[in-house]
Ligand binder design. Sequence first.
Ligand code: CIZ
Ligand code: SF4
Length: 306
Amino acid sequence: MSNTTVYLTEKINRLKKERRALVLSHNYQVGEIQDVADFIGDSLELSRMAIRTDAKVILFCGVHFMAETAALLNPDKMVLIPDLTAGCSMSDMVTVEKVRALKAKHPSAVVVCYVNTSAAVKAESDICCTSSNATKVVLSIPSDREIIFIPDQYLGNYVSHLTGRKLILYDGYCPVHYRIMASDLEKLKSYHPDAEVVVHPECTEEVVAQADRVLSTSGICQAVRQSPAQKVIVGTETGILHRLQKENPGKKFFAACQWCDCAHMKVNTLEKILWSLEDMKHVVTVPKEIFPKARQAVERMMAVPV
Ligand code: CIZ
Ligand code: SF4
């Protein structure tokens, strides 16, 4: 750990006590942010953590839609994000107008939105889902109903395949997971034939087809902990490797793609976390016109038994 990291970490730890703030880190954050956080997890786990805590200030180290989801579930708490520009390329691919156009084309369809959407898009949707519960959310919808699934075509395709439900898909995708090439994965598997292959469902069908397990980020962490495999090829954003290596020091991890870094996730830095706590910025709020409907979509998801 560099001197600067030690210095910033100490300052953050002191200030978070003073501010009585809870620091949450997504599995994709850089290692030093994960190390200073009170909890690491996926977006839903972190939002749930925010509900459970007595802390009145939540510093959400992740991207904007995640902090917005935490704000929707914690209206009485102050939710901060280190950098307001931390967006999500996939979430930007779907707008309110585009969802309305799809709904006009399929007026009786139920709209399922991936958590990677803005609160405004969630407000246009009936129920939200994450990569860990998408299958259960889709199966909770009566089988005679049409379903529009936005915005990730790859997650949608995978869920459609698992559930046998025909989904009306949207053409969104994650440009970071799209970088994982099936041909590279094939080569890596040939170098490490004894490795277990775990990938995220945002990957393309060709990559998913080569995986032993297809899981959300926290699903990957849990599966790796429980698996006897000593070598693991990981197909998702590379920030997760820090957590995997820390929790499983004896195991060897290989990134399915070395360039699988999300620029949005990586705009957060230790300095920005410190500045956030110093100045109590940047507050993430959801406009009151869309708040009730967006919250309803998230609450309906949380009511689906896991
Ligand atoms: O919900 C999350 O945190 C996302 C976007 C991915 C995952 O699999 O954890
Ligand atoms: Fe969005 Fe992809 Fe980055 Fe996740 S990894 S925040 S889906 S751009």
